[in-house]
Design a protein around this ligand. Structure first.
Ligand SMILES: N[C@@H](CCC[C@H](N)C(=O)O)C(=O)O
Length: 280
């Protein structure tokens, strides 16, 4: 047996991608944490397992058995419903490796089917579905309280519009309302520079501060539009790791941005097998 991996990123939100077309990998939380460890592992914000949907228990009803499925895990080993930057990297892998033959195709995720288009310039566009704005709430970090609005992009977000991104302490998870977000929340801090330009920093559930979050950028644009009393619009979202474009029409949203690979190799099996012993 050998376990291949690729290392890639979307606006510096980085991933270990594991092709598992025969669905044989036992991807325990301990193994995910070890792969993502930046000193003792490969280092990443998350893991993307490439698997046929039929091998995934509890997948949403709209995901057909034969679809490719993005089995996404956060760096702490937890499972999340959706990852926008990860899906661009995942889609590019499917096309580059010949697992799909067309530039446009559907991918199964725990948030449902997402239609993707891989462009010749290395950019990938994803139909992210509806960004649903919910209740007002707040978080506390660095001794400061920030008001925000909940946005569901398949996974949970709280979008806080702020005056500056420079003085935020995101070294620990912001304290959130556990009744509104019982499973945790991704928190976006957003500065509005102009009608179609925003800047964002994010603290991701299950990871920590990351250089970008694709679902977070969609949530951020939905939150900014909501603050203006609008439900449609578009913006470039500048994050520490680069820039993506988000367009929202009342019913759906599109995320467009880069996807890059930087390495490929094989996981050491002695290391991998020893991880089977490690506590979850
Ligand atoms: N980085 C991702 C989001 C990954 C999942 C998130 N941390 C969660 O737990 O919901 C993205 O690009 O969307």
């Amino acid at each position: 047996m050998h376990i291949s991996f690729l290392k890639g990123h979307g606006t510096e939100n980085d991933f270990v991608l594991l092709p598992d077309v025969d669905a044989v990998l036992d991807l325990t939380p301990a193994r995910v944490r070890a792969l993502c460890d930046r000193r003792a592992g490969l280092g990443a914000d998350g893991v993307l397992r490439v698997v046929r949907a039929k091998a995934v228990e509890g997948r949403p009803g709209d995901v057909d058995d034969d679809m490719w499925f993005m089995d996404y895990r956060n760096a702490d080993g937890s499972v999340a419903e959706m990852c926008g930057n990860g899906l661009r990297v995942f889609a590019r892998y499917l096309l580059d490796s010949g697992l799909v033959g067309e530039r446009e195709f559907p991918v199964g995720t725990r948030a449902g089917v997402r239609a993707v288009r891989v462009d010749g310039n290395g950019e990938v566009a994803i139909d992210m579905g509806a960004a649903r704005v919910g209740a007002d709430s707040s978080v506390t970090t660095g001794g400061r309280r920030f008001a925000g609005v909940a946005v569901d992009v398949g996974n949970p977000h709280l979008v806080c519009i702020v005056d500056s991104l420079d003085d935020l302490d995101l070294s620990v998870p912001p304290t959130h309302d556990r009744e509104l977000f019982p499973d945790g929340v991704n928190v976006e801090f957003v500065v509005v520079d102009g009608p179609e330009r925003i800047r964002m920093r994010v603290h991701e559930r299950g990871v920590g501060e990351t250089r970008s979050c694709g679902t977070g950028t969609v949530a951020a644009v939905a939150g900014v539009l909501h603050a203006r009393g609008e439900t449609s619009g578009a913006a470039d979202v500048h994050v520490p790791g680069g820039c993506v474009h988000v367009a929202i029409s009342g019913k759906t949203s599109t995320l467009t941005g880069p996807a890059a690979f930087v390495a490929r190799g094989e996981v050491d099996l002695t290391w991998w097998n020893a991880l089977a012993e490690r506590a979850e």
